[in-house]
Design a protein around this ligand. Structure first.
Ligand code: M6R
Length: 608
């Protein structure tokens, strides 16, 4: 959670910081703040609420300084107040810090620091860091930071400046994403490349334990033992337009609508028609090992977890590999059995989700083979796994994951092909899957043509307080995802349920005020879904069906139908989820909610 940005160079820092914070505002939007060294004097301004409130406060404020840091906050410790907003400062107003992460031992540190005379003004865990740095500060900022960090237990991405050592930003990372941008006679620091891409595409992703000192004309990186670290400079492969709304009212809508392109980008160069297989360059290093794998664990959170559930069906049915899928937050604490022939696959849009990273660390500790599907290039999950595949879906800014989900499903289909063809999958089956996957971008474009109809549907249902989402087999995870989308951005109660499970409890909820969204394409479980819809009708529950084009029978039992084109059963989730994304989007907007900034949520959960 939280977004950090920092600038040191020859230009005015303030506009660059504000621009960066705007691009990171999806990471936290309950409060924000900046500090700039203006003619050597720190000027710190903070505001509660969205970034616009900080902008208003700064209006007419001509800060000349060319060193500064800024922050958007998603609160973990302490309420949403200006005192708790970052930057935090020491007792003297000398040192200022922005922080992302959680300091677990902050209470004991704080008690000790108070007993030593330090004055705290916030309820945050973060403030302990700044007083610790103050305690060690004797004129050299990085030295003080270096002495303070070993005393912290927890996670941090942080950037610090000091009035009394003014030509520096000191940056450190432990389990919270941070990168350094290399400009022309200027350096930037950020949680997300989107924050700095207007200034430079050259970035260095920091690893845990690294401490960086940025000055106006140089930088150096050291590890925790003060060894100099040589790092690879990465080139960001997307541009600023891709991180902007491009005329859409919300990022979420833009990201839903651009799915035909994002899926095309995901698939580019990966389908091999002749051999009915997939080329996954990121897995080449481990492809011999993968031949030996007898079991898969897929581990993820939220939407990425629902993608994992779809992947489980794909891998078992077509690659013949037994597969489990787990929430990372559960997996990390259970005693999972890792045989030598198990591969663990971690799926994450951001690549920075704390639970996913912790589960990954546990598998690595046990010596297991680790793979990943990650959208953010250079992120921690991508770097920590043995091999992996990038989504190449472009930056996903909307807090509700949409295009990352369909891209994850597309890669899982490719992985199934790849592993299936290493095993028993026939050439003919492989070729049929390749052919059908290559049609998916076009088919998804056809689904999007229903946008107007789905908006009308949202008009009709916008005042209902509860929804049930039902699906079976491949579309059971889609039901879970549809319910998650609706609840997270419109705050309308929604339950996702395997249709066969409905009779074991959830059916008790059904009456004329409790609509059901039933995902029932013409597939191997269609008849079963029809029976479940009949059960709902018998209890007067309104039904919205997501059905296959040409299925006229469904209109006799459903109140409303949205059609999707026919495709292979294993690929239907990529199409059936799109109407649910649009439905959630329109329900939120029609109810006056901002889908890009759902309350209590942040894009990337970098804390447990
Ligand atoms: O970045 P990740 O894919 O690891 O994030 C996982 C979840 O936090 C994420 O999918 C979350 O559930 C979204 N808000 C769903 O829209």
């Amino acid at each position: 959670m939280c977004g950090i940005v920092g600038y040191i160079g020859k230009q005015k820092a303030l506009p660059i910081l504000m621009e960066g914070l705007r691009r990171e505002s999806y990471r936290g939007y309950d409060s924000s703040g900046i500090v700039v060294l203006d003619n050597g004097k720190p000027v710190c301004v903070k505001a509660v609420g969205k970034l616009e409130n900080l902008e208003k406060k700064l209006q007419g404020n001509q800060l000349d300084g060319s060193v500064g840091v800024g922050h958007v906050r998603w609160s973990t410790h302490g309420g949403v107040t200006e005192e708790n907003a970052h930057p935090h400062s020491d007792c003297q107003g000398n040192i200022f810090l922005v922080h992302n992460g959680i300091i677990e031992n902050y209470k004991e540190l704080k008690d000790k620091l108070i007993s030593e005379g330090h004055k705290f003004v916030s309820e945050t865990d973060t403030e302990t860091i700044i007083h610790l740095i103050e305690k060690f500060f004797k004129g050299n900022l990085e030295k003080a930071v270096r002495e303070a960090l070993p005393l912290l237990k927890g996670t941090y991405g942080l950037a610090v400046i000091a009035r009394d050592d003014p030509q520096k930003i000191v940056v450190a990372r432990l389990s919270s994403p941070l990168l350094v941008g290399l400009g022309d006679n200027e350096y930037l620091v950020a949680s997300d490349p989107a924050a700095i891409i207007a200034h430079t595409k050259k970035v260095i992703y920091l690893d845990d334990g690294e401490i960086v000192t940025l000055t106006p004309d140089n930088f150096f990186i050291q590890d925790a033992n003060q060894n100099h670290v040589e790092k690879t400079v990465n080139e960001i492969d997307w541009n600023i337009e891709e991180a902007q709304k491009g005329g859409y009212s919300h990022f979420m809508l833009k990201e839903i609508i651009e799915q035909p392109e994002s899926i095309t980008n995901t698939l580019r160069g990966k389908l091999i028609a002749e051999s009915g297989s997939a080329k996954l360059g990121g897995l080449e290093l481990v492809q011999e090992k993968l031949k030996e794998v007898e079991r898969f664990n897929i581990v993820a959170c939220g939407t990425a977890y629902y993608a994992s559930l779809v992947g489980r069906y794909m891998l078992e049915e077509y690659a013949g590999i037994p597969c489990e899928a787990d929430f990372a937050s559960e997996f990390r604490y259970r005693k999972f059995i890792l045989t030598k022939k198990t591969a663990s696959l971690f799926i994450s849009q951001s690549g920075e989700t704390a639970d996913t990273l912790a589960a990954l660390a546990e598998v690595k500790r046990k010596g297991g083979l680790t793979l990943s599907i990650v959208n953010v290039v250079g992120s921690s999950v991508a770097r920590e796994t043995d091999a992996g595949v990038y989504n190449h879906a472009g930056p996903e800014i909307g807090v509700a994951s949409t295009k990352a989900f369909t891209s994850q499903l597309a890669i899982l289909a490719l992985l199934t092909l790849f592993l299936g063809r290493q095993r028993e999958m026939s050439l003919v089956t492989g070729q049929r899957i390749v052919k059908e996957i290559s049609r998916i971008p076009e088919l998804s474009r056809k689904v999007l043509e229903n946008n107007g109809k789905i908006k009308e549907l949202a008009e009709k249902y916008k005042n209902f307080d509860n929804f049930l989402f039902l699906g079976r087999k491949y579309n059971y995870p889609v039901a879970l995802e549809g319910a998650l989308k609706l609840k997270e951005i419109s705050y309308i109660h929604a339950e996702g349920c395997g249709a066969g499970e409905m009779k074991h409890g959830p059916i008790a909820l059904i009456d004329e005020k409790f609509p059901t969204v039933a995902i029932c394409p013409l597939d191997s479980v269609y008849e079963k879904m029809v029976s479940n819809i009949e059960e709902i009708r018998a209890r007067k529950g309104p039904v919205i069906a997501i059905a296959t084009e040409g299925d006229k029978d469904i209109e006799k039992i459903a109140d409303d139908v949205i059609y999707i084109p026919k495709t292979l059963e294993m690929l239907t989730p990529i199409l059936s989820v799109i109407p649910l994304q649009l439905f959630a989007y329109h329900m939120a907007v029609l109810n006056g909610k901002d889908p890009d900034y759902p309350r209590n949520l942040a894009k990337s959960c970098t804390v447990e």
